[in-house]
Write a protein that binds this ligand. Structure first.
Ligand code: PMP
Length: 420
């Protein structure tokens, strides 16, 4: 599969070699890297992508969930064009910022007050700093295998680029061990940060009882519960927190909510967020030239208010649930030893016989098998992430889902044979 890939993509290869002269490994975004070289996409429209060698793909990656609206959604494109025509660097508050914040608060009522950032990473960094400041405590509980951004990445231990907090590691979905760890950390614990479904970690849903325990134990310990809903906010109109009936103290957002522009936000209990109120003495600083950039404000507002109605959220997730069920049925029928996890419009293909419940379970997955699935699907015209992530966008319809299910059905016997 890899030889065929190299032969079919000389232009992407040449672009990668050129990029490697000026960026380490030709890369400025680690997640995009894979051997022998990553594809360069030159354009996108709706749910289609075209690469540098002229191949077209159905975009089932959806920019790692930030591309929920698809490429060049006309309403969002119009909002951006208007913003550009109106002047992009005003150096002041803009006309749409408060309206956008209101639209977000309407959807996620636990975000009583919120602030914008440029990325999900920044949103999480600020939420953790705020939790420490608000509680006057130093320790931050994270889960092994979690990903909360480029400087908050937790394979199983600390990583040199991470923000150097005093981390307490626990294991996702392990209720008793985590309860114990929270109690032991007690009055040193500032917060627990968790994704209600591990997204980058392989689309592994949090057990509702586990998440409920986090709510109860953090409250009892006087620590804050931070829900990283950068990915999961799309899984219901009010995010996964509304589905679960859990109100976190702080929530972080990112990805699609900026309408495809650079975006992040953090917010939560008014009393906690008020630490950022600059009219108060001793308030926390949070500057950032592009926090309220007019392109994000315009695109995000148009997306949330004109395109992503609660009904659209339901439809998108129903389509995802149906697609995942159909693919799993085909894979099980072929005895392929592959399973698709996830919720609604987010899913991950895993070369495993049983569903992973925690990140450690993924250790058993064969990377060569992941590669085979990825390159086979590319050859068939489906763009996904090499690690197996799929994120549906609004322009994806029945025809695209049917085509993907058919491709999986054609390939499944080969995958079954590869695993042996
Ligand atoms: N949190 C989660 C759960 C994420 O999936 C990501 C991005 N993959 C981030 C935070 C970081 O967001 P950004 O890439 O915008 O910095």
């Amino acid at each position: 599969a890899v030889e065929a890939y190299s032969a079919a993509n000389p232009e992407s290869q040449a672009l990668h070699e050129r990029a490697s002269q000026v960026m380490p490994g030709g890369n400025t975004r680690t997640v995009l890297y894979y051997t022998p070289f990553p594809l360069t996409m030159v354009s996108g429209s709706g749910c289609r992508l075209e690469d540098a060698d002229g191949h077209t793909y159905v975009d089932f990656l959806g920019e790692f969930t930030a591309g929920l609206y698809g490429h060049s959604d006309p309403l969002i494109a119009e909002a951006i064009a208007k913003a550009v025509a109106n002047g992009v660097n005003l150096g002041s508050h803009g006309p749409q910022e408060a309206a956008f914040a209101e639209a977000i608060k309407d959807r996620f009522p636990s975000m009583e007050l919120l602030r914008f950032t440029n990325s999900g990473t920044e949103a999480n960094m600020l939420a953790l700093a705020l939790a420490k400041h608000a509680t006057g405590r130093g320790k931050v509980m994270v889960f092994e295998g979690a990903y909360h951004g480029g400087t908050l990445t937790f394979p199983a231990s600390e990583v040199p680029v991470n923000v150097p907090h005093e981390y307490v590691f626990s294991r996702f979905n392990e209720i008793e061990a985590t309860r114990q760890a929270i109690r032991e950390t007690g009055s040193d614990l500032a917060c627990v940060i968790v994704e209600p479904m591990m997204g980058s970690g392989g689309c592994i849903p949090g057990d509702p009882a586990f998440l409920q325990m986090l709510r109860e134990e953090t409250e009892a310990a006087g620590a804050l519960l931070v829900f990283d809903e950068v990915m999961t906010s799309r899984l219901s109109p009010g995010g996964l927190q509304s589905e679960l009936g859990i109100r976190p103290d702080l929530t972080t957002l990112g990805k699609y909510i900026g309408g495809g522009m650079s975006f992040g936000a953090f917010g939560g209990r008014a009393e906690v967020m008020s630490n950022f109120d600059p009219s108060k003495t001793g308030s926390l600083p949070h500057a950032g030239t592009f926090n309220n950039n007019v392109l994000t404000m315009a695109a995000g507002l148009a997306g949330l208010t004109k395109r992503l109605t609660p009904a659209a959220v339901h439809d998108l997730n129903a389509r995802g649930d149906s697609l995942r069920r159909r693919i799993n049925a085909v894979l099980a029928g072929a005895g392929a030893g592959i399973i698709v996890t996830g919720i609604g419009s987010l899913m991950n293909i895993h070369p495993m016989r049983t569903e992973p419940k925690r990140p450690a379970d993924l250790a058993g997955a064969d990377q060569r098998m992941r590669d085979l699935i990825f390159f086979d699907l590319l050859e068939d015209g489906f763009y996904t992430a090499r690690r197996g992530l799929l994120a549906l966008s609004l322009p994806i319809g029945d025809a695209e889902c049917d085509a993907l299910v058919a491709a999986v059905a054609r390939r499944a016997p080969r995958w079954a044979a590869f695993l042996g």
